[in-house]
Design a protein around this ligand. Structure first.
Ligand code: SF4
Length: 264
């Protein structure tokens, strides 16, 4: 049975709730005639430490004048760093030119022992201001999506492919992704999630090293190294294309079943 809060979350996602006539007052969810998804049971929530990553202000956060560019520092090898050293090194990172335009380095947030890790693209304007990934309207939708499967934001770990905002929210460049990749790889290695949820095309492309679109990658369980990885749409895309929210709901349910060890 879905509780009222989760019903609200599903309605926010544009999911139509219906009740089977022959069933005695049983809530269900209709996504399409062809593929009615099962209702997610009131599942057992994962154990969690609720250790929440704080937000950070980069030591080198001040924009640098174009007349006086600061030379980029060599990349610190993140492999082997513990959390504290990793955070310190990433926040001060100057391995690509995005360090010159960022307000804050957006390292990551959430439970460092989370069973589920969500990986998106790059900070937007609000994330750059607040130093936290997935805030603003897209972040609120992500929160509602998580609530719909019975999870809260502080029960997962959230990070991006890039830790600094590309100016004007342009797509990340290959050299930026390459320079930044070590931070994310080390975050994944430290969190050791049971499942990764990749949101949006940029994350899927870089994590799976593919040019296939999200629409062709979703509804399958991939792997990032040894870790199962599910693909869905970015919340920002869902805000622009609300008719796609039903597909995201299907993806979340598949991801949840994978997390429960229940994908056949
Ligand atoms: S985007 Fe990544 S590689 Fe570039 S400066 Fe920021 S943390 Fe460093």
């Amino acid at each position: 049975m879905l509780d009222a809060r989760r019903r609200d979350c599903l309605r926010d996602m544009g999911i139509t709730l219906w009740v089977r006539r022959e069933a005695p007052a049983r809530d269900s969810v209709s996504v399409s005639q062809e593929d009615p998804p099962p209702v997610v049971a009131d599942a057992v929530l994962p154990e969690k430490s609720l250790l929440v990553e704080s937000t950070f202000t980069a030591s080198a956060a001040a924009p640098v004048s174009a007349m006086d560019p600061v030379p980029l520092a060599p990349v610190v090898d993140p492999a082997g760093l513990d959390w504290d050293d990793l955070v310190t090194a990433a926040v001060g990172c100057r391995a690509c030119s995005l360090c010159e335009t960022r307000t804050r380095t957006v390292f990551g947030v959430g439970d460092r022992n989370a069973r589920l890790m969500i990986i998106g693209e790059a900070p937007g304007a609000e994330e750059d201001r607040q130093g936290e990934p997935f805030v603003g309207r897209a972040g609120q939708l992500l929160d509602r999506m998580l609530e719909a499967i019975g999870l809260s934001r502080d029960q997962v770990y959230i990070a991006n492919i890039l830790k600094c905002r590309p100016p004007g929210n342009r797509d990340p460049r290959a050299e930026e992704v390459l320079a930044c990749r070590g931070w994310l790889d080390r975050q994944i290695a430290l969190v050791q999630p049971e499942v990764i949820l990749s949101v949006g095309g940029v994350a899927a492309k870089n994590l799976l090293e593919t040019d296939e679109a999200v629409g062709r990658l979703r509804r399958r369980v991939h792997h990032y190294r040894e870790t199962p990885l599910c693909v869905t749409y970015h919340p920002a895309y869902l805000l622009r294309r609300p008719e796609e929210k039903a597909k995201a709901w299907i993806d979340l349910q598949m991801m949840w079943r994978e997390l429960q060890g229940d994908v056949s």
